[in-house]
Design a protein around this ligand. Structure first.
Ligand SMILES: [Zn+2]
Length: 390
């Protein structure tokens, strides 16, 4: 992770870089701020920068935005794979179905952790972590055994780099019984050791631990930075990027979820439109191949498709009764709703609504999707026929 891979936060990056240039890196720092603001990514980028052997440094007119780790030296490569022997992680854990031993340590989950971070581009939440390791109904903690592990890990000299780095994610999850152990090492840290604690709720951190750290407030991502990121990395249209950037209020996770929904909505829209055309013209052979295709998209997506179908027929009724303000669509989708509203009216809306609701009910109860979609398609064709082709 390099500083340039992180959205915005230039002021914080400058401050962190300056601590390295001035050789005054505090040994225990607490990065805190709201969810979805790249705290964890910043911590890793900072650690990678400190240990990079070919870091770009200011010369002549170099601006801070250009100063970064090199990304290609052996240290950077290991940092990017999260396998550097001097980079250590502690995070909340609990016993799972597969890992049940008594003295549980973060290291027992390290493979999951690496995959979790790299596959999600370091945009992660505590809930997602619990879900991944299968403890979503329990509370994870940072336990005493993990803190003892910290002491033994850090008591050795660093293997390859200048600094040994211990990243402690979600420091609010320190268990009270673990406090004395971690306090001892925070007070008397081995030389060239850097602790970066990360928290979304620093008030919940045991106060004696918090007071031994340098507080580094990481603000939420600005709307401008989010907007630029969506345009550059996700090829959003300008209008779409603007709306998502404003609605996500600086939370990258929210922005990415919203983006995913937009893609899902687009799939639902184009699929629903062609499906309705096939149903209206009762093209049975085409409806069979439609059912085969949509059977493959998975139950959650199939439910989302029927929810979308319900939204469209309700929008059609609103348009048909001059209440376009109740329709939350625009562009091509709105044009479709307007033309489709001619075919959806009070004589068939209840039948369609029941049809789609029943379909969702059966999907939840594991109906065989191909048969279900063909049946729903034929019933939709019948409803159109009864309404228009008498
Ligand atoms: Zn490097």
């Amino acid at each position: 992770m390099r500083f340039r891979d992180i959205i915005g936060q230039q002021q914080i990056k400058n401050k962190l870089i300056q601590t390295v240039l001035d050789q005054r890196v505090s040994h225990a720092q607490l990065f805190f701020g709201p969810e979805g603001n790249e705290k964890l990514a910043l911590a890793i980028a900072y650690a990678q920068f400190i240990n990079c052997t070919r870091k770009m440094l200011p010369e002549g007119g170099t601006s801070f935005a250009e100063i970064d780790s090199c990304g290609i030296c052996p240290s950077c490569i290991k940092f990017q794979k999260l396998i550097h022997p001097d980079l250590h992680f502690i995070y909340p854990i609990a016993k799972t179905k597969t890992i049940k031993k008594d003295k549980l340590k973060s290291l027992d989950f390290i493979e999951d952790w690496r995959i979790f971070l790299t596959q999600n581009d370091y945009h992660v939440t505590l809930h997602e972590w619990y879900e991944l390791i299968g403890i979503e109904n329990k509370q994870g903690i940072i336990n005493k055994d993990d803190c003892r592990e910290i002491i033994s890990t850090l008591s050795y000299k660093s293997y390859e780099s200048e600094y040994k780095v211990m990243v402690i994610w979600m420091a609010e999850k320190f268990n009270y019984s673990a406090a004395p152990t971690i306090l001892k090492i925070l007070e008397e840290p081995p030389e060239k050791t850097l602790f970066i604690l990360i928290s979304e709720d620093p008030e919940q951190i045991i106060s004696t631990i918090r007071s031994r750290t340098l507080l580094v407030k990481i603000p939420k991502i600005t709307t401008k930075d989010m907007n630029e990121y969506l345009l550059a990395k996700h090829q959003c249209e300008e209008r779409e990027a603007g709306i998502i950037a404003r609605q996500s209020a600086g939370n990258l996770k929210l922005a990415l979820n919203r983006l995913q929904n937009i893609e899902e909505d687009l799939y639902n829209f184009t699929t629903f439109r062609s499906w309705m055309r096939l149903c209206f013209s009762a093209k049975v052979a085409d409806l069979i191949s439609f059912s085969t295709d949509i059977a493959r998209i998975g139950r959650e997506n199939q439910k989302s498709f029927f929810l979308y179908a319900l939204k469209v027929i309700q929008s059609c009724i609103a348009v048909g009764h001059d209440h376009e303000e109740l329709v939350f669509s625009d562009g091509e989708e709105l044009n479709f709703i307007k033309s489709f509203s001619v075919y959806i009216n009070l004589s068939n809306v209840v039948a369609f609504s029941e049809l789609f609701n029943n379909a969702m009910y059966h999907i939840e109860r594991n109906a065989y999707p191909q048969t279900l979609f063909l049946d729903v398609s034929l019933q939709a064709a019948r409803i159109f026929k009864e309404t228009y082709k008498k």
